[in-house]
Design a protein around this ligand. Structure first.
Ligand code: NAG
Ligand code: NAG
Ligand code: NAG
Length: 509
């Protein structure tokens, strides 16, 4: 896969909280824009080639048809949207999803650790597709997705001079997956070998759509430069995307032709979108698919998740670890430990004020809490801190969402807490606890009004399990309240998250 050629980040050495560490890698972006004028110059091309390796839209897939497959029989008409019980009966579950993961023999042994975090042996269905038999394949553990070897693709055209031919092979995964003709498949879900899927939430999202219709569901790159170069109209393969069975059936008929027609497209995901465009199916954007086309510290992105279920994360080897001072694998396991207790709530925002002290609290459930010694507007709290750079050019902008700068002055920043434990309290209630993060290399704010917030070492956040059914309704961020406002233990703040009351809002009065 294209990204394997890139420089790896050592998450332990480079994690730096809010202040961005000096970037030592030269911006690649400017080279792209030079491209138009230097196209004819092969001299330059040879230099630029290696630079381009750093730029990746992950690639991707498609399946192929089996016209006798009985799955297409519509069960949609059997229930009305009002009949919850019969709808539950017909619900899409994991067994209806066939995964197609793009991998390569060379990197599989390294990358499979990400797949093993979410893959459920004998439950999840599908394969990782490799270019050849991996070395020591008898030693691959049963916790890994089983592999298949992709068909030969040497007959196809590929003319993107800065890309890799593997894009052709990966684009055909959806076709080869489809042609396996597995029973009862409603959705083909494509991803990379370094994509982590959050399965319950993937199922929740797919359940919003009728699998008997033609859907192509996924997300864009976060970096505008990527969307400009590759496309705004495609689902990025690294973030993963879903294709409903009837769409896959049409796609596989035209895919091989598309691959030749769109030979100049860099990525497999782009080639697939070329086909989608011919079929006339636009991407349905779901905000929980994360390509993670960013560099550096992903804190700001994850701590400001949109109001949508967390479906995937990607590029985990190219960003700093999501918990400071930990390995990326440890970090993802930690995030999963909270996620598993309340999948729909993972990373969801809630804001509340402690009006006795005029403090603001921002919870990103299962990950982090921010405490501010002032009343900060919700508008500001919901905006992502710019702790990262763009994917290709390592710039501060633009992204497909707004950001706010991290102040150089420590008194302009919140006090930060990270997830410690997740407990099930009773029934469907959970308690997540968060511990204050201290970056030893940073000076702290020494203003007197900051001292009481710095004294707070712990947050305890309680909430009821969020019913996935809320994702079928009009979205609304949940509310929270500070329980122990200013008395008792000064080093602990207890917060309760709950649905908002009528006319309740996060409005400083
Ligand atoms: C809802 O679906 C169930 C199961 O198919 C059926 O028994 C029941 O009569 C339905 N109720 C309504 C109100 O349609
Ligand atoms: C999966 O199924 C196979 C065959 O049915 C069985 O041998 C194996 O132990 C199962 N693996 C797990 C992890 O349950
Ligand atoms: C909180 O802010 C309000 C409005 O600015 C002010 O009137 C009040 O005195 C403040 N309370 C505290 C405890 O600082």
């Amino acid at each position: 896969m294209s990204s394997t050629r890139e420089t790896m980040v050592d998450p332990l050495k480079t994690w730096k909280f809010l202040v961005w560490p000096t970037i030592t890698i030269k911006p690649i972006g400017s080279y792209f824009f030079l491209l138009k004028t230097i196209l004819a110059s092969f001299l330059v091309a040879s230099i630029s080639l290696s630079l381009y390796f750093a730029f990746s839209s992950q690639p991707q897939w498609l399946p192929s048809p089996n016209c006798n497959n009985p799955v297409i029989i519509s069960d949609h008409q059997k229930f009305t949207t009002k009949n919850i019980s019969s709808q539950a009966y017909e619900r899409t579950d994991l067994s209806h999803i066939q995964f197609g993961i793009g991998g390569s023999a060379k990197t599989w042994n390294e990358r499979r650790r990400y797949c093993e975090l979410w893959w459920r042996p004998n439950v999840t269905r599908g394969f990782v597709w490799l270019d050849e038999k991996p070395p020591n394949d008898e030693k691959l553990p049963p916790t890994s997705p089983p592999y298949k070897i992709s068909q030969d693709t040497s007959r196809f055209k590929y003319t993107s001079w800065y890309g890799s031919r593997s894009a052709v092979r990966i684009a055909r995964i959806v076709k080869e997956s489809f042609e396996l003709g597995l029973d009862n498949v409603r959705w083909f879900v494509m991803g990379d070998d370094d994509t982590v899927f959050f399965l319950e939430n993937l199922v929740t999202v797919l359940n919003k759509y009728d699998h008997n219709q033609m859907y192509y569901i996924g997300g864009n790159s976060e970096s505008v430069e990527q969307d400009v170069i590759h496309s705004y109209t495609m689902a990025y393969g690294g973030g993963g995307f879903a294709i409903s069975y009837p769409l896959a059936a049409e796609l596989v008929k035209v895919l091989d032709g598309c691959i030749d027609r769109y030979a100049s497209f860099y990525g497999s995901d782009q080639k697939i979108q070329g086909c989608m465009s011919e079929i006339g199916i636009p991407v349905t954007k779901e905000l929980g698919f994360h390509q993670v086309d960013i560099r550096g510290n992903p804190y700001g992105l994850l701590a400001a998740h949109p109001l949508a279920p967390l479906v995937s994360l990607h590029h985990l080897d190219y960003i700093q670890s999501i918990f400071p001072g930990r390995t990326q694998i440890y970090s993802i396991k930690k995030l999963l430990s909270a996620y598993e207790k309340d999948p729909s709530r993972a990373l969801q925002h809630s804001f509340c004020y402690d009006l006795k002290r005029n403090w603001s609290v921002s919870v990103s459930w299962g990950y982090t809490v921010q405490l501010y010694p002032s009343l900060v507007t919700a508008k500001k709290l919901e905006t992502a801190f710019l702790t990262f750079k763009s994917w290709r050019s390592w710039n501060d902008e633009p992204f497909t969402f707004n950001t706010r700068p991290v102040g150089q002055d420590p008194c302009e920043r919140p006090v930060i807490y990270f997830l410690d434990r997740t407990e099930r309290v009773t029934g469907d209630r959970t308690l997540t606890t968060y511990i204050r993060y201290v970056d030893g290399s940073e000076t702290e704010c020494d203003k007197p009004d900051y001292a009481p917030t710095l004294a707070v070492q712990f947050f305890h956040v309680s909430s009821a399990r969020l019913n996935p059914a809320i994702w079928r309704m009009a979205p609304r961020r949940q509310c929270c309240e500070v329980i122990n406002g200013g008395d008792g233990e000064d080093n602990l703040i207890q917060v309760k998250i709950r649905g908002c009351k009528r006319f309740e809002s996060v409005t400083p009065l």
